[in-house]
Design a protein around this ligand. Structure first.
Ligand code: AMP
Length: 560
């Protein structure tokens, strides 16, 4: 360690630890009267929001929640969730955001593994909760969340109903200072193999993440995404990576926030219209769903800025959204990274280039945000050149990465091997500083001794006018090791078979974008592509489905 000059603080000097409570205070200072909205049911000001956070802290404290306890939430995206994102960590407890789309067995596993003491359950999940209640090993008390105050539920050790309890509690709470390295949040990865793994983030990490995210979203002129006059509506679940951290940014800045509850495309469109939403974020499949829903037809979504992350943003979706007035910008991150790692930054050189080139860069994973370091690593731990061509595993350092997987020393050591966080993504890094995610390591298709990016092939296939959705996976092939297989959902009234797809891809082979082995010799036309709990393509399921169809000679298949 370098012998730097460290001067101990003066006695009584307040170091203002980086605590989540400090984010809350600034928002209401800016805009006391600005609103937080829940569906078409409820709206209140930031002043009231602050009081509600204090009321919730009083309710939890009175129910016996202590610093260090883990408090779990099972809810859709709501004002209540936002209140929990503040009140729970602010009393020194740990917020566990439960992925309610996991199977009941997996939810049970995560709750026992996280040692949840107290659970807030939305009435819609009471059935699910009751199915595992008897096997929960650490839960002591429950609290009911409901949109209908008259509703009650037969939950064991129920403290009461949220709104009723808040109304009866004091609107003041003296939130204490404590160590900024205290864990504030935890949740579980949505990996499709093995048990979910618990990641965790401290107050210090979340505060630094919020500041960096706010500076990037608000200060990059070429892709200015979020300012104090915007209206924010998340379309990614709050249980998944803090809804990308944006509720903390929005609250810190006093921005109007709109929480849509359960994702119903028609409700999202209605809220977009009535509340004049200007900024959202979601995974590509959810945006597709919104654009395709009935009430979205004939609507010009002009002025809506949407960050797309969680999966690659392909050009076809970018163009389709643009035609509807939506400005899409890609960003990259993962559960282990809080999540923000990178976001598009169109610099002067790119601004001077063509629109087509700018689009190419807007849909890449982006440039690392301040305080994030990126590198490419080879299998034996050596760092590889960032020359725009060499591919390697993307590895990261930043002040807000999970320091391990909760109670999983072996997996934690693998995550942090050689002192960098391993993303499991294959990428290139170029001269502009852009990260280009080529594929997940386990999804890269190894065909005829070459590596083929399933993401790249999906991008090229999605440009066919008949294609609404596409997923590409590698399937075993006795001659080539693996061959690409494409699963397609077609637009209404369109047709396409393996031959037609080959014709579409041929020019890309001729231009050298892909080699000829990238053309799938077999495809399947389906009505739906399997998705994970957070709306990403579920490639593990897809591989299993294909194997079954092939064994049964299914009619979905079309072969060259
Ligand atoms: P999760 O931990 O479930 O949020 O998944 C994170 C993974 O999503 C990353 O490791 C990437 O494989 C993928 N991902 C996220 N953002 C992007 C992006 N902009 N482009 C391509 N893949 C992405």
């Amino acid at each position: 360690m370098l012998q730097t000059r460290v001067i101990p603080p003066t006695e009584n000097a307040n170091q203002a630890p980086l605590l989540i409570k400090r984010l809350l205070l600034s928002g209401s200072r800016y805009e006391k009267t600005r609103e937080i909205v829940y569906r078409d049911q409820l709206r209140f000001s930031y002043a009231t929001f602050n009081e509600r956070v204090a009321r919730l802290a009083n309710v939890l404290t009175a129910a016996g929640v202590k610093a260090g306890d883990t408090v779990a939430v099972m809810d859709w995206d709501s004002h209540r969730y936002l209140e929990c994102m503040f009140a729970i960590p602010m009393i020194g407890a740990v917020l566990h955001t439960i992925n309610i789309r996991l199977s009941a067995d997996q939810i049970l596993y995560t709750m026992n593994h996280a040692e949840d003491k107290f659970v807030l359950v939305n009435s819609e999940f009471v059935g699910l909760y009751k199915s595992i209640e008897g096997q929960l090993t650490t839960v002591e008390k429950t609290l009911l969340l409901t949109d209908e105050a008259s509703k009650t539920a037969d939950l064991a050790n129920l403290v009461g109903e949220y709104e009723g309890l808040l109304a009866a509690a004091s609107p003041a709470y003296d939130f204490p200072d404590f160590d900024e390295n205290s864990v504030a949040t935890t949740f579980y990865t949505t990996g499709t193999t093995g048990n979910p793994k618990g990641v965790y983030f401290t107050h210090r990490q979340l505060v630094l993440h919020t500041l960096a995210e706010a500076s990037v979203l608000g200060s990059v002129d070429s892709v200015r995404l979020l300012g104090t006059n915007d209206v924010y509506m998340p379309i990614t679940p709050m249980f998944h990576v803090h809804a990308w951290g944006i509720p903390y940014v929005a609250t810190m800045l006093g921005i109007k926030q709109v929480y849509p509850g359960r994702y119903e495309p028609d409700m999202l469109v209605k809220l977009w219209q009535t509340e004049k939403v200007t900024f959202s974020h979601c995974v590509p499949t959810i945006l597709q769903m919104v654009l395709n829903c009935k009430s979205a037809q004939n609507i010009d979504f002009g002025g809506w800025k949407v960050i797309i992350g969680g999966s690659a943003l392909n050009r076809a979706l970018y163009e389709a959204a643009k035609a509807r007035g939506i400005q899409l910008t890609a960003a990259y991150g993962m559960s282990e990274t809080c999540p923000l790692i990178s976001c598009a930054h169109i610099n002067e050189e790119l601004l001077a280039g063509s629109e087509d080139e700018r689009t190419t860069y807007r849909i890449k994973a982006g440039v690392p945000v301040p305080l994030v370091e990126t590198a490419l690593m080879g299998p034996d731990g050596q760092l590889l050149p960032a020359d725009g061509e060499t591919q390697g595993e993307l590895v990261l350092r930043a002040p807000w990465l999970t320091m391990g997987y909760f109670n999983e020393p072996q997996k934690s050591a693998e995550l942090w091997e050689h002192g960098w966080l391993h993303t499991g993504d294959v990428a290139t890094l170029d001269d502009f500083g852009f990260i280009d995610i080529r594929d997940r390591i386990k999804d890269v298709i190894k065909t005829g001794g070459e590596w083929l990016s399933s993401l790249e092939l999906e991008d090229l296939i999605s440009r066919h006018p008949a294609v609404r959705e596409v997923a590409v996976v590698g399937i075993p092939d006795p001659q080539w090791g693996e061959r690409p297989f494409a699963l397609l959902v077609l637009r209404d009234g369109h047709e396409l078979d393996a031959r037609g797809l080959k014709e579409h891809l041929k020019p890309f082979v001729e231009q050298g974008n892909i080699n000829k082995w990238a053309i799938p010799s077999q495809i399947a036309i389906v009505t739906e592509v399997p998705k994970t709990s957070v709306g990403k393509l579920d490639k593990k399921r897809i591989r299993l489905d294909i194997a079954q169809w092939q064994a049964a000679g299914s009619a979905f298949l079309s072969t060259l």
